[in-house]
Design a protein around this ligand. Structure first.
Ligand SMILES: Nc1ncnc2c1ncn2[C@@H]1O[C@H](COP(=O)(O)OP(=O)(O)OP(=O)(O)O)[C@@H](O)[C@H]1O
Ligand SMILES: [Mg+2]
Length: 215
């Protein structure tokens, strides 16, 4: 029999590359750590190691709080982790594979970031249907990610997701060039000196924490 994880696991999955999975996984990890939780950020994307590399930049720039970020090849190794954590955040690779399915199965909440275009929504909705069939139905949460300034597009994408019976975070993750500079320095947006960027990260971080712990 499979040994179950004793810590709450939430994951970021997707069928499309570049939709914000890693950035949002990092934001949730830092937000929860700032709020006092002991967090492990598990990087399952061994080809890119986006979160591991980001953490090196975070350490170089002396940003607080320090986040525990580790690469994982499988859930088996994650289950063997001996320290106790309040939350494990899993970042998975771009194209959903069997490992994505396993991670989703074990998660309490599965976040599906997607852009507002049909190009992004169609494959993400198809992945949600596959995961729902495997029993993940109630724990799926869409996030509109890297959104532009068109409220009409945001409303249309929200409607499309809700019409198919899925839940979606009320807060969306706005695309801002300035956030990329923050990421390059090991930040998540919360550390920015620009209060507009900080507010974007703060609102999204709070929405993620709320869903991660209560969803
Ligand atoms: N809100 C944002 N504003 C601007 N750029 C962003 C934002 N969120 C993410 N990005 C940038 O978009 C790119 C993709 O983001 P990210 O790496 O988080 O996506 P991903 O879904 O993890 O990608 P992959 O599928 O390759 O793992 C990165 O260059 C990142 O810096
Ligand atoms: Mg990634």
């Amino acid at each position: 029999m499979k040994q179950a994880l004793t810590t709450r696991l939430v994951s970021f999955v997707g069928q499309k590359g570049g939709v914000g999975k890693s950035s949002l996984a990092r934001l949730l990890s830092v937000g929860a750590a700032r709020a006092g939780s002991k967090v492990l950020l598990a990087d399952f994307d061994l080809d890119q190691l986006t979160c591991v590399e980001w953490n090196a930049a975070r350490l170089r720039h002396n940003l607080d709080p320090e986040i525990e970020v580790r690469p994982f090849k499988s859930l088996k190794k994650l289950r063997k982790t001996e320290e106790t954590f309040d939350l494990i955040v899993a970042d998975t690779r771009g194209l959903a594979d069997d490992l994505t399915k396993d991670v989703a199965e074990e998660s309490s909440v599965v976040f599906l970031p997607t852009g507002t275009s049909g190009d992004d929504l169609r494959p993400t909705l198809a992945l949600a249907r596959r995961l729902a069939k495997q029993g993940a139905d109630g724990k799926l949460s869409f996030i509109l990610s890297k959104t532009g300034r068109s409220e009409r597009q945001i409303a249309a994408a929200t409607k499309m997701i809700e019409d198919q019976g899925y839940s979606i975070l009320a807060t969306h993750w706005a695309l801002r060039d300035g956030l990329q500079s923050e990421f390059d320095m090991g930040g998540v947006g919360l550390e920015s000196r620009n209060h507009y960027l900080r507010d974007i990260a703060d609102n999204m971080g709070k929405a993620l924490i709320e869903r991660a712990f209560n969803g």
